[in-house]
Ligand binder design. Structure first.
Ligand code: AMP
Length: 182
């Protein structure tokens, strides 16, 4: 694993999210990994990029032209790729990354994360993904997916593709296939 893509909100989140995302960036840099993300300077996305850059890390952004102003494209990244469409953004982020961390986010984050999960489910790719469970943010999603299994619309062997970790180090260990710290 050489690069990690982080999906997360372009809104401000909670103080705990800011702390967790700052730690995630530092841990990514500490491990010598390249950070890939959506290229914005707004909200938690900006926190992520700024923390990685401050730690001396390599940060690649991918942002559609239409969002350059709306999401305030980051101007200090190692590389900023400006693409035409959302589809191109997602495809490029996928290509640049070896694994994915999903931090707290809304519709955009969910859309990106679930596209990766469905890709795994259908064996379109084998890149691992983990949800960073800051203060139990994803517990409701886990309960919903259990409900989907009970309703027999999600196969149990696919339910396990949704994995969470409560710290940055545990999330990156999981992506690297290392044993979970107790
Ligand atoms: P949100 O979680 O809604 O704050 O969105 C987080 C990021 O996902 C933002 O950079 C959005 O622009 C991005 N996003 C929203 N919808 C999509 C989509 N359909 N494809 C790719 N990225 C998206």
């Amino acid at each position: 694993m050489r690069s990690v893509c982080v999906y997360l909100s372009s809104s401000n989140g909670r103080p705990a999210d800011v702390a967790a995302i700052t730690e995630l960036s530092r841990e990514i840099v500490r491990r010598g990994l390249t950070l890939v993300y959506g290229g914005a300077h707004r909200g938690l996305m900006g926190v992520l990029a700024d923390a990685a850059l401050a730690a001396g890390g390599k940060v690649l952004g991918v942002i559609p032209q239409a969002l350059v102003d709306f999401e305030v494209a980051h101007t200090g990244l190692t590389e900023q790729h400006i693409v035409e469409t959302m589809h191109q953004r997602k495809a490029m982020m996928f290509t640049l990354a070896d694994a994915f961390v999903v931090a707290p986010g809304g519709y955009g984050t969910l859309e990106e994360a679930f596209e990766m999960l469905t890709g795994l489910q259908l064996s379109y790719h084998a890149k691992p993904i983990v949800f960073l469970d800051v203060e139990g943010f994803w517990s409701g999603m886990g309960a919903f997916l259990d409900h989907a299994v009970e309703a027999q619309v999600l196969r149990p062997e696919m339910r396990v593709l949704f994995r969470t970790a409560s710290t940055a180090a545990a999330a990156l260990d999981l992506l690297a296939g290392l044993p979970r710290a107790s």
